[in-house]
Design a binder for this molecule. Structure first.
Ligand code: PMM
Length: 300
């Protein structure tokens, strides 16, 4: 792996000078790893504040599960889940991102204080999304997406996964910019686990340099996902449950950060906050920039 050069900045957000950590709060009954934990708005708000205290630079609030096979949630229900948590966290001074495929949810979340819209469909699911984000004046995450979760397993066919994801993301980036969102506000995301098999996810992590060559900061969101379960599976092929994949997630965070990811999106913030700092320190040692490592001289 080459030591990365600049991971890019996003207009409207701080430059953290290392890979940023985005904590996840899913206000859903059915997300694959934390579904049902934070459905109560008070519990979700407290969890978001806790994640920020543990080192999350941003907290991503979602009200719709996108796990493979998931059915869509009703829009009013999504608004009901998400808005109080966005409003409450913003009032606490936390930088909030809203994870939604709906323009109305994005608009109202921006009004409630969200500073980033994270749309796993890259603006494809709701034709009004791009105009809403352009009008809201916030940055936008464009994820690689081939269709809704209920049948995304049918779309996992790739010849050259990295080349195809890069090409498909480039088309989306052009569409997003044409709709009035300035390129300086774009973040791109390979969409690990979305219409992808484990080998595709691993190839995309290994091919992060090709994604970065698209010229925009890259978000990597592999936390607890199925491909990590498959990597960890024992001789019997049984994968550990999602909540036993946090050490693997931290390893992934270190690899992504070292390869120049702009941010990683994770459920367990504490370990990843350490991982991205280790990556920054190693980067500094390789480049001679001394990025972030303490000056202590002794062994320890
Ligand atoms: N994955 C999930 C939800 N939101 N957002 C982005 N930008 N990228 C992702 O890969 C992504 C996402 C699904 O995982 P979860 O149920 O743990 O939130």
């Amino acid at each position: 792996m080459n030591a990365p050069t600049g991971r890019g900045v996003v207009e409207g957000l701080p430059d953290w000078e290392r890979c940023a950590v985005m904590g996840v709060v899913n206000v859903t009954p059915d997300s694959f790893s934390d579904g049902g934990h934070w459905l109560d708005p008070t519990a979700a708000l407290k969890h978001g504040v806790d994640l920020a205290a543990e080192g999350a630079d941003l907290v991503d609030i979602g009200g719709e599960s996108t796990r493979p096979g998931a059915a869509r949630v009703d829009e009013e229900e999504e608004l009901r889940r998400v808005l109080p948590v966005v409003r409450g966290l913003a009032a606490e001074g936390v930088l909030v991102s809203v994870d939604t495929m709906r323009a109305r949810v994005a608009e109202q979340a921006i009004d409630a204080g969200a500073v980033l819209v994270n749309d796993v469909s890259g603006g494809l699911a709701d034709p009004a999304m791009l105009a809403a984000v352009a009008a809201g004046g916030v940055p936008f995450v464009v994820m690689h997406w081939r269709g809704f979760s209920h049948d995304m397993h049918r779309r996992t066919v790739y010849g050259d996964v990295v080349g195809e994801v890069v090409a498909e993301l480039r088309v989306r980036m052009d569409a997003v910019v044409a709709a009035g969102i300035p390129p300086e506000r774009l973040v791109i995301d390979p969409g690990l686990g979305f219409a992808k098999l484990a080998q595709h996810d691993l190839s995309l992590v290994a091919g992060l340099a090709d994604l970065r060559a698209l010229g925009r900061p890259v978000l990597v969101a592999g936390s607890r996902k199925r491909f990590l379960g498959q990597v960890l599976a024992g001789a019997d092929g049984a994968a550990p449950p999602a909540d036993r994949r946090d050490a693997a997630t931290a390893a992934l965070s270190a690899i992504a950060a070292y390869q120049g990811a702009w941010a990683v999106r994770v459920h367990d913030v504490r370990a990843t906050a350490d991982a991205v700092r280790v990556a920054r320190a190693v980067t500094g040692a390789v480049t001679g920039a001394g990025a972030g490592a303490g000056a202590g001289a002794g062994a320890g």
